[in-house]
Design a protein around this ligand. Sequence first.
Ligand SMILES: *[C@@H]1O[C@H](CO)[C@@H](O)[C@H](O)[C@H]1NC(C)=O
Ligand SMILES: *[C@@H]1O[C@H](CO)[C@@H](O)[C@H](O)[C@H]1NC(C)=O
Ligand SMILES: *[C@@H]1O[C@H](CO)[C@@H](O)[C@H](O)[C@H]1NC(C)=O
Ligand SMILES: *[C@@H]1O[C@H](CO)[C@@H](O)[C@H](O)[C@H]1NC(C)=O
Ligand SMILES: *[C@@H]1O[C@H](CO)[C@@H](O)[C@H](O)[C@H]1NC(C)=O
Length: 240
Amino acid sequence: MWICSKGAAESLGGGSTYKSYLSCVLSCCVFDFIAPSGLWSAQALEMSVGKIPTLEAVNGSTVILPCTYSSCIGIENLYFNWQFNDNGTMQKVCESTIRAEGVEPDVKIYRERVDFVGMNHQNNLSILLRNITFEDGGHYTCFGRNPKEKFKNHSAIFHLIVVDELRVVDNTLTIMIASAVGGAIALLMGFMLLKNFTLFVLAKLEEKNKECLVTSSGIDNTENGLSGTKADSKPTPKKK
Ligand SMILES: *[C@@H]1O[C@H](CO)[C@@H](O)[C@H](O)[C@H]1NC(C)=O
Ligand SMILES: *[C@@H]1O[C@H](CO)[C@@H](O)[C@H](O)[C@H]1NC(C)=O
Ligand SMILES: *[C@@H]1O[C@H](CO)[C@@H](O)[C@H](O)[C@H]1NC(C)=O
Ligand SMILES: *[C@@H]1O[C@H](CO)[C@@H](O)[C@H](O)[C@H]1NC(C)=O
Ligand SMILES: *[C@@H]1O[C@H](CO)[C@@H](O)[C@H](O)[C@H]1NC(C)=O
């Protein structure tokens, strides 16, 4: 509670409007007041790895692991790091301390093929992984701790999945199968249409035939074995 009111007062002194002061109070302080245990409280510092914290990438490619932080009470000597969960043991990927918002930190990097590209521009702590291998796949934690908040820990986890190029081939295969099935259906429909058309033509021809039978029956139908109902029902005087 003390941190919150102090932070809120500072942000008010920092030239922010009454509205943002109010929203800060609402988002941080009120919730901290309701749930001082922290179980249910909205945190002052928040780490975020984006709305979709999962990425599938082909081995050998270069990926960005995104992370940003936000804090309505402001930061001072914010400690952050990236950790890689290697079979349960957390390996530090990189770490640094950010003196203040907008200040570019000196980042220590402990893992090969890693660059700090976020540069703390707009609270950006993203890192770049070059030429990823299958061993790079797993969970990466973006961790932050703001001394202004009695050293509360905050983190967000990003999941990197490294796939073989084969998966891409699989996709094209699926597309091929899908188009083959589509083609088969089209063929079937075409065949059915053709069949309907043929039946229609045959029916028309039959109609014509019947007409022929009817018209010809009066003259001569003895040699005509075809069963035209009208022709049959008619008396056939010339029958022997
Ligand atoms: C990705 O992994 C496969 C299978 O291990 C390998 O054949 C391929 O060369 C790798 N590609 C790259 C770009 O490293
Ligand atoms: C991680 O776990 C897998 C299977 O549990 C094991 O084969 C592998 O050796 C482990 N790797 C490390 C670095 O401990
Ligand atoms: C963070 O920085 C990286 C690299 O410059 C950039 O690709 C990414 O879009 C940035 N993220 C945000 C939220 O600004
Ligand atoms: C990526 O890693 C592979 C295997 O370690 C290596 O052969 C290749 O040269 C690397 N590519 C780049 C662009 O670093
Ligand atoms: C915060 O994380 C550190 C390890 O980085 C740990 O030593 C400490 O106990 C954690 N603090 C809390 C309050 O969880």
